[in-house]
Design a protein around this ligand. Sequence first.
Ligand code: GUN
Ligand code: FE
Length: 420
Amino acid sequence: MKEALKGNIVHAPVLGELSIVERGYLLLEDGVIAGIEQTLPQGYDGVVRDYGERLILQSFADMHLHAPQYPMLGMGMDLPLMEWLQRYTFRTEARFADLAYARRIYRRLASDLITNGTTRVCMFSSLHTEATWILMEELEKAGVTGYVGKVNMDRNGAPGILEETTEESERETLRWLEGCHFEHIKPILTPRFTPSCSDELMGWLGQLAEERGLYVQSHLSESAGEIELVARLHPECQRYWQTYEKHGLWKDHTLMAHCVHSDAVERQAMKDHNVVVVHCADSNINISSGICPVKKMLQEGLWVTLGSDIAGGAQLPMYRVITTTIRTSKVRQIMDDWKTDFLTVAEGYYLGTTAGHRYFGAGAGFAVGDPLHAVVLDDSDFVEATRPLSVAERFERAMYMTHRHNITAVWSEGRCVVER
Ligand code: GUN
Ligand code: FE
């Protein structure tokens, strides 16, 4: 089926550069991008969806969030990471043994994600197998695509509340993988982080990743207290990343959330192994972890993506996460005595879209041959400006000012999954 979406198209094929086609046509064939044109091809025989003056933007990729922390959104951000986990987080995640509760929360989360334009995710579930399947099913039904992981954690959890034995963790991981047959939501191995996983479990997961060709997601160098604990638990490793590397978990496409305190050596190890940084600016400030040197990472050529890190982060919409990322880069500039640059809006947009979509095999921006992942944004209720705005200005304002109701259509994997 041939379709053409008409509107003001703004995408980011290259870091720091916007590509804009005003009143253009995004051509689709069976949901796959066939081209972007200023005018319709002669004799065009497809269906035209006319979005008028609206903006047609890339949809967002949230590369790190914790689904079972959604109920604690906006609460309990008065403690640093290790204390925050023990006081609030583990208890909240433990609730997901209750499958009726899991269904309600995960249905709400899936709906909130898609209506805010997040069409691709890499997500942590809890350690519960059944609830993880429910999460995957609800995301699939809502039109969200990507990876979900049943969490592995066999030490330093909350014994009797939220912790597995090594044997349970391995057995449940295999059982969980057996039950994953969703079309658009795939499994990813998810050792919570080094303090939560014994060497035996990490080694077993590394082997499983290798045998089954699975990707891995975890956390790295987020906070000072965590880094000290890892150093105590692993005197044999000079740096945190080596606790993953020694078990085969430090490899191409491994997602590492945070990396706030990764030094030059750790950052080089990421680059060398194509490990992906997931920067979570809102979370890093909420639980006082630190200010990540994102601009420096980009200059060093690292693959940096963005995550909401719900519920360390308290903002689910990625357009908010993008602007918080930009603000935080300015805090970093101030901390660095004005020696580093801040992120531009075009850079923030790239990180929240193209950089994440690439993880799933997509090309740059709205690339020909990719199934469409897009949002249509109606900014007509924003305050009247002093003069007519360019599309670039409207785009900038949309990043900062959008509310959910401004997103009037969402396309995910070539399907229109939200329309209002
Ligand atoms: N490190 C280990 N678990 C977590 C978590 O749930 N949230 C964050 N922000 N960091 C973690
Ligand atoms: Fe996290």
